[in-house]
Design a protein around this ligand. Structure first.
Ligand code: ATR
Length: 272
């Protein structure tokens, strides 16, 4: 039985063992997938012990995606762009690092929600690690324009500058969104975690706008409540992204792309 794990701090609430176990069951694969907690200064040690014990792969969650990026000896282009790794594979003494967050988000939006990003005006709120991780795959969809809004403008400007080669991207402060509308608005700030709302002005949502919160929760997040109150065309939280990024990791490790919809529905029921 091959061993896999998810590592984080905290880790107790991770749904990854459930998701990967369900995928493996559906694909009739025999794997073991566990949760690993690491003290903040023990990430490398815990990974090394897992590899020594025969571990084949690992998902990496907060706050260790940068550590995993630095630990990888081989990186995919999307992991390099993200400067973060959420999927490690251990083979032949090498440490392969990839990042499936962006492709997970894009698949949830384009395939599950049937909302093509190509040609659309996209607004992303926030400029932290969650944003950096998804910019390359979003820009690969060729939106008409991608605007990054952040409270600390200079962080948004740095990202826009860094990703300029990937496509049409610009940075702005929240106040300058006044009077503009967008087809897709993605909340990638950490505000939902503290039950807050990013300071997005009224009027950015239209009846055709998809409002997407990268955080998932039982009820609507404050951001999604605001979008609903402005009659945004469609609302979605990040549960689909969570399952899609797991599916992509699963396919990296096992060479099969698992069915996601059933697992997402099962998780939704667990949350409800
Ligand atoms: P992550 O890795 O999850 O992106 P992060 O790097 O700490 O976490 O980034 C958090 C993001 O949420 C940042 O864009 C932050 O804005 P600043 O860069 O200005 O700090 C944003 N954020 C957090 N709380 C916020 C709030 N109350 N209003 C607006 N933006 C907020």
């Amino acid at each position: 039985t091959d061993r896999y794990a998810v590592i984080g701090n905290p880790i107790s609430h991770s749904q990854s063992p459930f998701i990967h176990t369900e995928f493996a069951r559906a694909c009739q694969l025999d794997i073991q997938y566990e949760k690993l907690f690491a003290e903040l200064d023990k990430f490398e040690q815990v990974v090394a012990e897992f590899v020594a014990a025969g571990g084949k792969g690992m998902n990496v969650t907060l706050p260790f995606k940068g550590n995993a990026y630095r630990m990888a000896t081989e990186l995919t282009e999307r992991a390099r762009a993200a400067e973060a790794v959420n999927t490690l594979s251990f083979r032949d003494g090498k440490v392969y690092g990839d990042n499936t967050d962006g492709v997970g988000l894009v698949r949830d939006i384009v395939e599950n929600l049937d909302f093509p990003i190509a040609g659309q005006r996209v607004l992303i709120l926030g400029a932290g690690g969650a944003v950096r991780g998804v910019l390359a795959p979003i820009l690969e969809q060729k939106p008409a324009a991608l605007t990054i809004a952040n409270r600390t403008l200079i962080k948004a400007e740095a990202l826009a500058h860094q990703f300029a080669a990937w496509g049409e991207i610009s940075a702005t402060g929240y106040e300058r969104l006044e009077g503009k509308t967008f087809d897709l608005v993605i909340n990638a700030t950490s505000t939902s975690l503290s039950n807050e709302l990013p300071p997005v002005p009224y009027g950015v949502f239209t009846a055709r706008t998809l409002a997407y919160d990268m955080v998932y929760s039982k009820g609507l997040t404050p951001f999604l409540k605001r979008a609903q109150s402005e009659n945004a065309g469609m609302l979605a939280d990040g549960l689909g992204m969570l399952v899609e990024q797991a599916a992509e990791s699963f396919s990296i490790w096992h060479g099969v792309q698992p069915e996601t919809r059933k697992v997402t529905n099962m998780l939704r029921d667990v949350l409800a």
